[in-house]
Ligand binder design. Sequence first.
Ligand code: GAL
Length: 353
Amino acid sequence: MKSLIRASIVVAGLCTAGITICSAVNVDTSNSGGTIRSGRLWYDTAGHVINAHGGGIMYHEGTYWWYGEHKVYGSQGNRAHVGIHVYSSTDLVTWRDRGIALPVADAPLRQGMSTSEKTPDSDICDGCVMERPKVIFCPKTGKFSMFFHLELKGQGYRAARTGIAVADKPEGPFKFLRSFRPNGQMSRDMTLFVDNDGKAYHIFASEENKTAHVDELTDDFLDYTGKSVRIMIDESTEGIGICRHGGKYWLIGSGCTGWAPNTARLYVADRIIGPYKRLGNPCRGTNPINNTGPELTWGGQSTFLLPIHGTDRVIAMFDIWNPKNHEESRYVWLPVDFSGEMPTISWLDEWKP
Ligand code: GAL
């Protein structure tokens, strides 16, 4: 049985997205041993490489849902030709492919979608850029809200918009509602956060990525109340992930160097709206796969902070981008150690969440 599974993984690797034989040999995957192995190929339960970059994870009723950018082959592979991919898991190691939660508008129709959602002049048409999707559940409406960074087709990264979509189920299909600049402000790298009091916030790199904004959402989690606060002023922080731990708000981010790695930075605040105090680089140790140390975030960029449900543990998620071939980008997931004076994140070749 084991050899059958291995064989199918190799075949899938070869015929899906330009995976080389060399990579396919590396099938001692995360999910086979019950451990997370950062920087290595990570296969889903069907034996295909997980394609969910710049991702965010929502925990809902016993299941984790991983939403991410579906990247394709080549240097232009950051353009959205498929949409937002979603996977589900109960153990954070074994992920099942649940399909495309939000397809680009002129992708093949899925059950439940109307032809009007297939129009090529949609904001989310084939060739636009859809990045850093995040999904939160709204208890008031019983629906799931997806926010993502949207760049319109043919405009590079100039549009700096937020796209919003909604679904009745975590796996979708999500219905695209609209895109715009929140409260009239530029929005690129982003995350969503629901606070203990039930209020939701959209946190995004704004003002040409120099300053981030924390914008409060309306109680249907689909619009803005107009309350907006500027944080990390003139610090050019992106790749933003936020979690609450020990009564404080922890924010991880990167500098602003496109797909190239730079030094991560950690911030702490007493309230979600800040002010955020900069603490320095939480990363430790070296990634032996690319021989890159903590000063360059092991070759990666922060993307999300994930609290493990029912525990006080948090996973820090990063992407190792490959701008020459976007679908060859890799994931780094490591535990955050809150035991010292300042939280740290140390490289581990392999670990169990
Ligand atoms: C990065 C950003 C990525 C992507 C990239 C494009 O700084 O974090 O999500 O937008 O720039 O160059």
